[in-house]
Design a protein around this ligand. Structure first.
Ligand code: HEM
Length: 414
């Protein structure tokens, strides 16, 4: 790739999406604000400019669901017939701008605040211990199946009042909701995902109706009946959109950090020793894992007015991609940015959860899951290794996320 001109590389090529770090470094060094001739998209890769754009919601809009859906796709009658059975999709938090976005944030904020999330600690600790109980005697496991996937899915299912018996369905729905982010989509895949999304909508529509009439003591009831600052409670389509965003934003992302974080531990025994000798380093270790994994690797923005960014003129209406994953490996912000250092001292500035008004609603929950999860893991397991020939962590291509493909792990009980 080093001998290729930047203009010959398509940043949305599945190989680049799966393995973006070398390309991102070239972007930061050669053209931190880069108009790609192949896609017409402006890619922003250095730390200060990514932060500048994320913090300026007035000039850079999040109303990007049209790009996500693809521009004016040809009519597909089978798809239309499937979607007709479901509810209309509306744009809520991630895909809306203030003041509409602010209304949804206000309505959803309470159950995701740091103080509400702190109450979930015992549940998270039990869940992590249960998952470790299932593997500890085997000394090896598929880490994705054993821990990285079930931990966040079961957390969000618990929060939304989904019983364990529906967990397999719930995971399928979660995957169907992120299908539109994956690279290399097929028509069959899209139809299948649409059918699952419609099933998901009906399942939750029933729950929403029942919580509206008979509120229970759970987060779903809080979301459905919330009326912060005199705001009207959300209607059913708005509630469904919010729940779908919680699934999309909350599952695969936290899974990625559990997986990439564990791979980092398995390849850095000296860092494992540091945190096992001094567990008070675990919150800092989690921030370092978030920085290196940055599961929401990049995000769309639409430029609203002609404006200069990093010396480049961006015209009104231009599509932009801000690269959180690249910003978090900017050597001008983080020294030796590709190395894993649990004692790194400026991790408050890492931006895996974004910046500005769209800063991740679920950040306190994700942090709590990761901190408590790794506390349990590091207390009960040690000497993490990777099977021979499987030392490299591979990733799946995704437009916005950076999901690890698979991870087999060997360990000892502590
Ligand atoms: C390691 C885990 C996570 C990471 C790295 C992550 C990352 C992000 C990022 C970067 C954004 C901002 C996107 C933008 O600027 O356009 C965001 C927004 C959001 N996240 Fe997360 N997230 C994580 C976990 C969660 C969880 C657990 C939930 C909820 C259950 C959640 C819910 C949301 C929502 C609703 C938004 C949209 C907020 C808005 O636009 O107002 N996320 N997340």
């Amino acid at each position: 790739m080093t001998d290729q001109a930047l203009s010959d590389i398509n940043p949305l090529d599945p190989n680049i999406l799966a393995c973006p770090h070398a390309f991102n470094q070239r972007l930061r060094e050669e053209a931190p604000v880069y108009l790609c001739p192949q896609t017409g998209v402006y890619f922003v890769s250095d730390y200060p400019t990514v932060v500048e754009i994320a913090k300026n919601e007035k000039l850079f809009s999040n109303e990007f669901s049209m790009i996500q859906a693809g521009e004016a796709p040809p009519r597909d009658l089978e798809m239309e017939a499937i979607l007709k059975k479901g509810y209309r999709r509306v744009d809520t938090m991630l895909t809306a701008d203030p003041p509409r976005q602010r209304r949804y944030r206000a309505l959803c904020q309470k159950p995701f605040s740091a103080s509400s999330v702190a109450k979930l600690r015992p549940y998270i600790e039990n869940l992590a211990n249960e998952l470790i109980d299932d593997i500890i005697d085997d000394g090896k496991c598929n880490w994705m199946d054993a821990f990285a996937v079930p931990m966040p899915v079961r957390m969000i299912a618990y929060i939304l009042g989904v019983p364990l018996s529906d967990m397999a369905l719930f995971k399928e729905w979660s995957d169907a909701n992120v299908y539109s982010f994956s690279a290399g989509q097929t028509r069959e895949g899209a139809l299948n995902a649409a059918r699952l999304v419609v099933d998901f909508q009906h399942y939750f529509a029933d729950k929403i109706e029942s919580r509206k009439h008979q509120p229970t003591d759970d987060v779903l009831s809080d979301i459905v009946n919330s009326s912060a600052d005199g705001e009207q409670p959300m209607d059913i389509e708005e509630c469904l959109s919010v729940i779908s965003q919680l699934l999309v934003a909350g599952n695969e992302t936290t899974t990625s950090t559990f997986a990439e974080g564990m791979h980092l531990l398995a390849t850095h025994p000296e860092q494992v020793k540091l945190v096992q000798d001094d567990p008070s380093l675990i919150p800092n270790m989690v921030e370092e894992m978030l920085r290196l994994s940055t599961p929401t690797a990049q995000m769309w923005r639409i430029c609203k007015e002609d404006t200069q960014v990093g010396g480049v003129l961006i015209p009104a209406g231009a599509t932009m991609m801000i690269k959180f994953g690249s910003a978090n490996r900017d050597a001008n912000q983080f020294s030796e940015p590709d190395s894993f250092d649990v004692t790194r001292d400026n991790l408050k500035t890492q931006i895996a959860f974004g910046q500005g008004v769209h800063h991740c609603l679920g950040a306190p929950l994700a942090r709590q899951e990761l901190i408590v999860g790794f506390e349990v893991i590091l207390k009960r397991l040690t000497n993490f290794r990777l099977p021979e020939g499987e030392e490299t962590l591979n990733f799946l291509p995704s437009l916005l996320l950076h999901p690890p493909a698979d991870l087999n792990l060997i360990f000892d009980a502590r």
